[in-house]
Structures are given as structure tokens and as C-alpha cells.
Design a protein. Structure first.
Length: 148
């Protein structure tokens, strides 16, 4: 199929792996597609060493992608694994007020708009601190001054 370009199938696997890795690292930054790039690279390397059919190459690709994905998950440090039901990690984090809080308004936390409540009044653009969380409402307070 790609013989007219002087390419073999394993070249295509390696080119695809390179393109996917570059797109992931430069544009997306989520690292999820690196497993796919790794699977494509492994498939390309195996296809360059052993003459296997395209069907077998696809099976190798799927298996290699799963193996690379599991390997990448094992590299994650336990500190970066957040428990989805546990919201205690949010307490003490800073938020930006996007709609006046008096006593209710909205704040931005990690790129998501949240309902907010406070005993204090906050104007748009101010920075506050999460005091506690109740459902989808963040209770905020003034930032504490550094004691030196």
C-alpha cells in the first residue's frame, strides 16, 4: 500500500507513534495518548524484526498499548492519586471569584465554576480560600496573612 512511497508497514507504525507522542506532549499534555504511542512504537519495532500479518500487528498494538498503560499507571506517585469521593484535598486551596459573593456567588476552581457562599463579601477577581465543601457549594473565606 505504501510501497510507492518507499515505506513498509513498520515505518507507518513508527511514524504514527511519533506523531501521536508529539501531539500529546505539545498540544494535549494529559499523557493518556502516550500509551497509544508506546503501543504503536512497540508494534513497529516488532514488525521490523518479525514478518507478521497486519491482523497480528493490530493484536500486538492493542496488547502493547494495554501493557504500556498499566506500566505508566504504576509510575504515578500515590500523592497524585486523588480519591474521587474524598474532597478534603480541596480545603485550603485558592479560588478566584468570578461572580460577586454576598453571601452567594460563583468561584473558579481548577477551571470549573462552582457555587460559593461566605460570611464575607468578595468582589469579582478577588482570590479566596476554600474553608469547607458541601455538595457542589464551596464555602470560602479571606486569605490568611502570612505570619513572619
Amino acid at each position: 500500500m505504501f510501497e510507492s512511497l518507499g515505506l513498509e508497514v513498520w515505518h507507518i507504525w513508527l511514524i504514527a507513534a511519533s506523531v501521536i507522542a508529539v501531539v500529546e506532549l505539545l498540544l494535549l499534555g494529559s499523557y493518556y495518548l502516550l500509551a497509544v504511542a508506546g503501543g504503536a512504537a512497540i508494534t513497529g519495532l516488532i514488525a521490523s524484526l518479525v514478518d507478521i500479518s497486519l491482523t497480528v500487528q493490530w493484536f500486538v498494538f492493542v496488547f502493547a498499548t494495554i501493557v504500556v498503560s498499566v506500566f505508566m499507571r504504576s509510575l504515578r506517585s500515590p500523592a497524585t492519586k486523588e480519591v474521587p469521593d474524598d474532597i478534603s484535598y480541596m480545603i485550603g486551596k485558592q479560588v478566584e471569584v468570578v461572580e460577586r459573593v454576598s453571601p452567594r456567588g460563583r468561584v473558579m476552581y481548577k477551571g470549573v465554576s462552582w457555587a460559593a457562599e461566605s460570611e464575607d463579601i468578595f468582589e469579582t477577581g478577588e482570590v479566596a480560600c476554600i474553608e469547607r465543601v458541601d455538595g457542589s457549594t464551596l464555602f470560602i473565606e479571606k486569605l490568611k496573612a502570612d505570619k513572619k
